[in-house]
Write a protein that binds this ligand. Structure first.
Ligand code: ADP
Ligand code: MG
Length: 387
């Protein structure tokens, strides 16, 4: 077995475009609230996130538009920096509730925390799912079915084998990989929808990492609603979800990181303008390790058919949808499926989402529904509906 070296390239897949803010201090949780039209208050949103290119200075831009109270906070959870920003009379309460929700879900889903719900299921082979986990598992099973197995939460033992769960990266022994691959597959999961009892097959475990952040950002939109927020956004490691428009009524502009120039945070596949939408990107450049002996790069999205990192020809998949959970699951699935399969998938199921794809050749494709809201320096190929 060969050990690899991890390059923690925690680059954001997408970032919100706006005027520059001032870098703040970094820390677990740096919160600001303001009742002003100034921009300095916005800078806390940058802090540590700025180092990972998830800089959010949305507050600066939007608050310049009017006298609306704003609050922002950030937290490190689910292995990434997360920023929550919103506007409204109860913005501070909303941000606090959002951060608490992120932490609650992280504790529920983390495969690394011994007593998380998911870890207990993996240890015991079964367990009764709580409301949130049940929703995610149901969606995952639906995606597994519709994507022909491209999205498969039973990849957990394979993720472990590659060391993605611990950071102890290694190219697996071929025999071991094949043995584990034979045990994987969501067809061996049994879910009793009534009781919420999930039983996994022999040797199996589940990993909700492909869908958790999108579910979380969706939950935060509900929290914004509860607190009467007038405008807001979250960025969970480059996965952005926007609530309503910016405070001046204009659309949020979300830049999609160009994976061909992954270390240049100002290089974009393109920019998408949205309101009330999640913009969620999967790419192999986000988390990977390099095998020291061969120089080969291995990333964290596995092809459930082979047990190896997916090589579908796509290097970036962005899903735009008002459903964060769906967008997250699909970004992972389409990354596995590749251009052709993703195109036919969209043609069949694409009412609820749109796609922005980049191939390893640097070709950019965008589905019809979002084409008018997308600008790019690349030549953009249009994916149209079938008649
Ligand atoms: P990120 O979480 O880095 O933004 P993704 O949303 O694409 O990227 O999720 C990648 C995560 O999804 C992996 O870390 C792993 O937990 C999980 N995963 C990897 N491959 C698959 C797959 N084929 N189906 C479902 N989940 C997957
Ligand atoms: Mg995903």
């Amino acid at each position: 077995m060969r050990k690899g070296k991890f390059l923690p390239l925690l680059l954001a897949a997408a970032l919100l475009l706006s005027a520059c803010g001032n870098g703040g201090s970094s820390g677990e949780s740096a919160s600001t609230a303001s009742e002003s039209s100034g921009s300095a208050e916005a800078s806390a949103a940058e802090t540590a996130a700025a180092e990972t290119s998830t800089a959010e200075t949305a507050a600066a831009e939007a608050s310049a538009a009017g006298e609306v109270a704003s609050a922002t906070d950030e937290v490190f959870a689910m292995d990434t920096y997360m920023t929550v920003t919103c506007y409204g009379d109860q913005c501070e309460e909303a941000v606090a509730a959002a951060i608490a929700e992120i932490e609650r879900l992280d504790a529920l889903l983390s495969v690394g925390e011994e007593d998380s719900e998911v870890a207990l299921i993996n240890a015991n082979g079964s367990g009764t799912l709580s409301e949130d986990t049940l929703i995610m598992v149901q969606e995952s099973l639906e995606l597994w079915e519709t994507t022909g197995g491209a999205f498969d939460i039973t990849i957990y033992p394979l993720m472990e084998l590659w060391g993605f769960t611990t950071g102890d990266f290694a190219v697996p022994d071929e025999e071991e990989l094949q043995a584990m691959l034979a045990l994987s597959g969501s067809e061996n999961l049994t879910l009793d929808e009534e009781s919420g009892l999930l039983t996994v097959g022999s040797g199996q475990g589940i990993d909700l990492g492909g869908i958790a952040k999108g579910y979380t950002s969706g939950r935060i939109m509900e929290i914004f609603e509860e607190y009467g927020i007038v405008s807001g956004m979250v960025s969970l490691g480059g996965n952005v979800q926007c609530y309503k428009t910016k405070t001046d009524g204009s659309l949020w502009r979300v830049g999609i990181q160009n994976p061909l120039e992954a270390d240049d945070s100002s290089s974009f596949v393109g920019i998408v303008s949205v309101a009330d939408q999640a913009v969620i990107t999967s790419g192999g450049y986000e988390r990977y390790f390099v095998d020291e002996e061969t120089g080969e790069t291995y990333h964290h999205i596995l092809d459930p058919d082979t047990g190896y990192p997916a090589e579908s020809g796509l290097i970036s998949v962005t899903v735009v949808s008002d459903n964060g959970m769906l967008a997250d699951g699909l970004s992972t699935a389409c990354f596995v499926m590749g251009l052709e399969e993703s195109t036919s998938y969209w043609q069949e199921y694409g009412e609820a989402f749109d796609l922005i794809l980049m191939t390893e050749e640097g070709d950019v494709y965008v589905t019809e529904g979002i084409a008018d809201s997308f600008t790019s320096d690349f030549t953009v190929n249009l994916i149209e509906r079938e008649d």
